[in-house]
Design a protein around this ligand. Structure first.
Ligand SMILES: [Zn+2]
Length: 632
């Protein structure tokens, strides 16, 4: 490998930036370290979790390099956050309430009841959740799990559920599974629509292909990274729908506050009156969270988010002495807990209100991001810093939420796409070599943002230009070293990695049959519709009636003008074919795991023109989980 392709040290510009941060941020405030260690009972030793085949699905010990002072290649503020996130073990929050932290991206909480233990948010993988429960039981007794609660519809809060509870105990009614209303459809919906693209981009966001270390992945701000074990889901048996609703499980009384459309589309907060403890799910953590995650998603609503935090203070503040969440460490003491919630509330409210103020002065997203300043009190509150969300990308998200992608300037209404623009830029700027020479000078001056922009034009016009490729990789690397945001660092370093070593695609994620099993017929038909290759399909017309033998439903699928639409109203006209099958067989058919020779065994019958089904499936495009990002 050419030495050019190796990671480089931090440039003088980045070294100076890191020193400046060390002098200006309140590093002498060590309260978070005190809190992150408070109540420590025991760690998992070694801090490694394997699956049944022996493959490592979590390795917290790989972050042992975080001991000591920040190296020049890591933003010292992010280094500090990663040190905190890597503190691993079982902790007592208050007697009767325990957490295991540092065994996944998220945190699992245990509330002790009359007979056993109630579990909140069982991590991402069955293996890490099981390891956390085992660690808890080792020190708190072999208590049975008497209930599970998912605070919201993101996988890091439910997907390890089979590691803590058996399906049979749920089916028998022995163990309730509690979640906010709308949980299941939101939990699976993201996989249906833009899931492939989100998966590829998530690989950048969490640095999945990067080595861990001072020149690689150091953490993701919200937690260190995601575990890679078995993703599971047991649907809720109790759905909570109203603020003020109460539930008692195993003698544990819980009072709920609904927070839909905040950090997740289905989310709730829980107050435990007997513990004077308030669980804020993921709406008040030790980061500025994402209004729009950089893997891509629908834009969240910071206005509602701030409102829910105000309401939580009003509803539960007087009877709360500790606030905890499903990421990071708790905040103890009534005064401190309220200050924390007020600052978190003000954080999202300030972002929202000030972005709109500037929008109405005519500023666009990038302009607002450049001038936006947080109030000094929030700037100096560690929990309000941008380790996961950032002020920069959140204000652009708020712009997007209210005004969309177009900034109102007609030059941006119809621009050339990157490759076509790149060729024209190079032509005007004297060719690729001249641009790379100039970029090298800008690199030496530390203007990495500009170098990234101009060299991206070269990469899209002349992707084989070796000098541009090397310098662009070095540039992304410096931007990564400088980033306070964990996901920005991962994204920049992932881009450098791909320029140096080629695309890493989407790191294999284990199949999740539990999630597929929860898709509704409508979601499956949507999944079919968005895979139709429009141009190949636009002259075809196919009508197939689908009768689900495991539910009394008939749907009509109609392909016309390149669109598959579905309806439960069946017209007079006869379909081309009629398909009878159980819903799980549709999943197999759609994912290519069921061929015609297996139809009889899978309970699939087809009447009428059987070739119609083959013609429809033949018009579906394969998704591309390996698409290029930094090259054309
Ligand atoms: Zn989470």
């Amino acid at each position: 490998m050419s030495p050019d392709n190796q990671p480089k040290p931090a440039s003088p510009t980045i070294v100076a930036q890191q020193r400046h941060l060390l002098e200006t941020l309140p590093f002498s405030d060590r309260q978070d370290f005190e809190d992150a260690h408070r109540g420590f009972i025991a760690a998992l030793e070694p801090g490694v979790v394997r699956n049944s085949e022996g493959r490592v699905v979590w390795d917290n010990d790989s972050y042992d390099f975080l001991a000591g002072d920040a190296p020049d290649t890591v933003n010292p503020s992010l280094w500090r956050q990663s040190q905190l996130n890597a503190i691993q073990g079982l902790f007592e929050v208050v007697p009767g309430l325990y957490q295991v932290r540092g065994l996944d991206l998220s945190v699992i909480s245990f509330v002790e009841g009359d007979r056993g233990v109630f579990v909140i948010d069982p991590l991402i993988s069955a293996e890490t959740a099981a390891a956390a429960l085992a660690l808890y039981r080792e020190h708190r007794g072999d208590r049975p799990v008497t209930g599970v609660l998912y605070t919201h519809s993101h996988a890091d809060h439910f997907a390890g559920v089979r590691g803590v509870v058996d399906q049979a105990d749920v089916d028998s009614g022995e163990v309730p599974i509690v979640a906010p209303a709308g949980f299941t459809s939101h939990a699976v919906a993201e996989n249906v629509y833009a899931g492939t693209a989100m998966g590829r981009r998530a690989g950048y966001m969490y640095g999945a292909a990067l080595d861990r270390g001072p020149q690689g992945q150091v953490g993701a701000g919200l937690g260190q990274t995601t575990s890679t074990g078995t993703v599971t889901l047991i649907p809720p048996t109790i759905e909570i729908a109203k603020t003020g609703e109460e539930l008692t499980v195993d003698g544990i009384r819980m009072v709920f506050q609904m927070a839909p459309g905040s950090e997740a589309p289905a989310e709730l907060h829980i107050h435990f009156p007997h513990l004077r403890a308030l669980c804020m799910a993921e709406n008040a953590t030790h980061v500025l969270h994402n209004i729009l995650t950089i893997r891509g998603a629908l834009v969240r609503d910071p206005h509602a988010w701030a409102r829910y935090l105000s309401d939580a203070i009003e509803l539960f503040g007087d009877s709360t002495d500790v606030v905890f969440a499903s990421h990071h460490w708790p905040t103890w003491g009534h005064e401190r807990a309220m200050t924390f919630l007020i600052e978190q509330r003000d954080l999202y409210a300030y972002l929202h209100d000030q972005t709109l103020r500037l929008i109405n002065q005519g500023l666009t997203g990038p302009e607002i991001a450049e001038v936006f300043q947080m109030p000094p009190a929030l700037e100096n509150a560690w929990h309000a810093r941008g380790y996961y969300g950032s002020v920069s990308h959140n204000v652009k998200a708020i712009y997007q939420r209210y005004l969309g992608w177009y900034d109102g300037h007609p030059a941006n209404l119809w621009p050339h796409p990157p490759a076509a623009a790149g060729k024209r830029y190079l032509d005007y700027m004297g060719g690729a070599d001249a641009v790379v020479d100039k970029a090298a000078a800008s690199f030496a001056e530390g203007d990495f943002r500009w170098v990234a922009e101009v060299l991206s034009h070269v990469m899209f016009a002349e992707p084989d230009h070796a000098g541009a490729r090397v310098l662009l990789a070095d540039t992304f690397e410096q931007l990564g070293y400088g980033s306070e945001n964990g996901t920005w660092r991962c994204a920049y370093l992932s881009a450098a990695h791909e320029l140096r070593h080629g695309g890493f695609g989407t790191p294999a994620s284990p199949a999740a049959p539990d999630l597929f099993a929860q898709l509704t017929p409508e979601q499956w038909f949507d999944a079919i519709a968005i895979r139709v290759d429009g141009p190949r399909a636009w002259d075809q017309r196919i009508v197939i009636d689908v009768e689900f033998t495991d539910r009394a439903e008939v749907h009509r699928l109609t392909l016309s003008n390149g669109v598959v639409s579905h309806t439960q109203v069946i017209g007079q006209a006869a379909p081309d074919a009629r398909l009878r099958l159980p819903l799980p067989a549709l999943a197999l058919l759609m994912t290519g795991r069921l061929q015609p020779d297996g139809f009889a065994e899978a309970g699939v019958e087809i009447g009428g023109d059987a070739s119609a089904l083959g013609r429809l499936l033949g018009l579906l495009d394969a998704v591309d989980p390996d698409f290029a990002i930094v090259t054309p």
